[in-house]
Design a protein around this ligand. Structure first.
Ligand SMILES: NC(=O)c1ccc[n+]([C@@H]2O[C@H](COP(=O)([O-])OP(=O)(O)OC[C@H]3O[C@@H](n4cnc5c(N)ncnc54)[C@H](OP(=O)(O)O)[C@@H]3O)[C@@H](O)[C@H]2O)c1
Length: 247
């Protein structure tokens, strides 16, 4: 499937026709009030998915409210908030969970700048957050047809590609990748697909204005990748073009 998608891309065609065929089901996107998460909500809704987008402050999430079917309050680092969110979704099948919410503190470029409180906070959001949300929504995912969980990782989490800087962020994404791999093994026989993806360097509040990709380009690529995932992609790490990234 992945090779087929890559071949289509190589011929310069869009994959929207593929997406239209496959576009059914309910998607939960965390951190969907801005950036990549909001664009996921926009593009997935346009493809016909039912979109449940989360925001820490739903009252301020006007852009998300304009596109999503449901907007739910969720702080992925707060166990009480995650439990309450799962309670509100009780009985709702979820086909795809996109663990998108994340933070990137940038001060810790050298050893003397490592801030352990910031490091803990980064792990709480970027690593424990996706795991906690996945754990809480497991009944919903089991009830869904696709049983797909996407972790928004980063190329900065690749140890092989690491060239230093950002102790906390890189480590949080490396750990997320390992968590994803463990999940992929535990639930392989239940038909789940756990995949981590790298969106490229994207023009959001996090990526900044000089980033390589517009949010629209990045998310279009990511959705093509997600829609093309099969059992063979369980436990893998891909970029927005579906190319594997070394661990
Ligand atoms: N942009 C890039 O170049 C890039 C590259 C590689 C990977 N990524 C990853 O892609 C994902 C999205 O990035 P982005 O560029 O869209 O970032 P962004 O523009 O900074 O948006 C981050 C989103 O995460 C939410 N969030 C932060 N902490 C949260 C928490 N504790 N609970 C729930 N939501 C929380 C934010 O909500 P608030 O508005 O409430 O803060 C916001 O909706 C992240 O996981 C990031 O690490 C991005």
């Amino acid at each position: 499937m992945k090779k087929t998608l890559a071949a289509v891309l190589a011929f310069g065609l869009t994959l929207s026709s593929f997406g239209a065929l496959a576009a059914e089901g309910t998607v939960v996107v965390t951190g969907a009030n801005r950036g990549i998460g909001l664009e996921y909500a926009r593009q997935l809704k346009a493809k016909g998915y039912t979109v449940i987008g989360t925001a820490r402050k739903p009252g301020d999430a006007g852009d998300l409210k304009a596109v999503a079917d449901r907007v739910e309050a969720l702080d992925v680092a707060d166990p009480t908030s995650v439990a309450a969110f799962a309670q509100r979704l009780d009985g709702t099948p979820v086909d795809i969970l996109i663990n998108n919410a994340g933070i990137f503190p940038r001060e810790d470029v050298t050893l003397d700048k490592v801030d352990f409180d910031a490091f803990e906070r980064t792990l709480a959001v970027n690593t424990f957050g996706p795991l906690r949300v996945t754990q809480a929504l497991m009944p919903n995912l089991r009830a869904g047809e696709r049983k797909t969980v996407i972790g928004m990782s980063s190329g900065l989490g690749s140890i092989e590609r690491s060239n230093g800087r950002w102790y906390a962020y890189r480590s949080s994404k490396t750990a997320l990748n390992q968590v994803n791999k463990i999940l992929s093994e535990e639930f392989r026989d239940d038909g789940f697909i756990f995949t981590v993806v790298h969106p490229g360097w994207v023009q959001t509040d996090m990526g900044g204005a000089n980033a390589t990709y517009t949010v629209s380009e990045s998310v279009a690529g990511l959705i093509d990748v997600i829609e093309g995932l099969g059992p063979e992609d369980n436990g893998k790490f891909y970029d927005l073009k579906g190319e594997p990234i070394p661990w």
